[in-house]
Design a protein around this ligand. Structure first.
Ligand code: ASN
Ligand code: ZN
Ligand code: CA
Length: 328
């Protein structure tokens, strides 16, 4: 028989009250989402090995908004994986990370006090954070990790040097863009990354796109040290470019965007155009060894393709790169 999606109710820690797609098997509901490539969400039971136990439930009401119910973090992950799927499907016309419609498994409650999340080429894994009360299952973190899967499939950037930085920048860009797209009641979009899960334990966000250097290590502007910096550090240049392009350098709504070079303010073209330019640069032009200078040329190419040579959008791409010291 064909497996049909059933509409369930999530009481997610970060996303809040959300609808999630599940499956009815016999008399039990399962966290399997046939409407989004068969995404499934399972429980690592705070171990690092052994089976991941699929979440099942008798009444299709998942979680209680807190970590006292193991299904709450699962509801966040199940919701965020569906929204990430829809984002790439409807905004970029990409059906699943492989392009074949296939979804992903999200393993939650991984390890003990595990304060990270990762994509291993096959599935997603999320720790519960410090004290096991800050699961890393927020939309921006999940979309960052799942975004690695999409970027890998689109380009396969080498994970070192500038190409590694562009890989990490892409994941934070997807993280932020999916968060806006998802429009969750408890977690509206912003340009902060990981703030919901309080990864640092200080109440400060783990990172942001408007001035990445605020994290203490990321480069907000391209400099002599950028090519040799680790991916999470050089990524700042790409994130900051993207913010400049979408929101402009005069933007104040989400923070601020200091200029690097001596250039006039960049007028942003909006997220909807900026995300299409970045995606097309990766999908059509980028290679495994793409550098920031290359990415400048590729985003210019993508903007010319989409909006015309010498269009406002094309010129904004040029200005947004100049504002992070990438001049080609
Ligand atoms: N959360 C990290 C990332 O996706 C995992 C890692 O450092 N490998 O970038
Ligand atoms: Zn990453
Ligand atoms: Ca965020």
């Amino acid at each position: 028989d064909e497996v049909k999606t059933v509409l369930g109710t999530g009481r997610a820690i970060y996303a809040g009250p959300v609808r999630i797609d599940t499956t009815l098997s016999g008399t039990a509901y399962q966290m399997i989402d046939p409407s989004h490539g068969g995404n499934r969400t399972c429980d690592m039971r705070n171990l690092m090995t052994g089976p991941c136990v699929l979440f099942v439930d008798a009444d299709n009401l998942w979680g209680n908004y807190t970590t006292s119910d193991r299904a709450s973090a699962a509801a966040d992950a199940h919701f965020a994986s569906a929204k990430t799927y829809d984002y790439f499907r409807y905004v970029h016309n990409r059906s699943g990370r492989t392009g074949t419609g296939a979804g992903i498994t999200s393993r939650v409650h991984y390890g003990n006090n595990y304060t990270n999340a990762f994509y291993d080429g096959t599935q997603l894994t999320f720790g519960d954070g410090a004290g096991n009360i800050h699961p890393l299952t927020s939309i921006d973190i999940l979309a960052h990790e799942l975004g690695h899967g999409y970027t890998d499939a689109l380009v396969g950037l080498v994970y070192s040097g500038e190409s590694g930085g562009i890989d990490e920048a892409s994941s934070d860009i997807w993280g932020a863009m999916v968060e806006f797209y998802a429009a969750a009641p408890g977690d509206p979009g912003d340009y902060l990354i990981g703030e919901e899960a309080d990864i640092l334990g200080t109440g400060e966000p783990f990172g942001n796109l408007f001035d990445p250097s605020l994290d203490g290590s990321s480069h907000s502007c391209f400099g002599p040290g950028t090519p040799g910096a680790p991916p999470h550090v050089s990524a700042g240049v790409g994130k900051h470019f993207f913010f400049n392009l979408a929101e402009g350098t005069g933007a104040t709504a989400y923070g601020y965007s200091p200029l690097c070079g001596d250039v006039a303010d960049v007028v942003g073209i909006g997220r909807a155009k900026a995300e299409k330019i970045w995606y097309r640069a990766l999908n059509v032009y980028a290679t495994s060894t793409t550098t920031y200078t290359n990415m400048r040329a590729y985003t210019l190419g993508a903007a010319a393709d989409l909006y015309g040579s010498c269009s406002i959008e094309h010129k904004a791409v040029q200005a947004a790169w100049k504002a992070v010291n990438v001049t080609g």
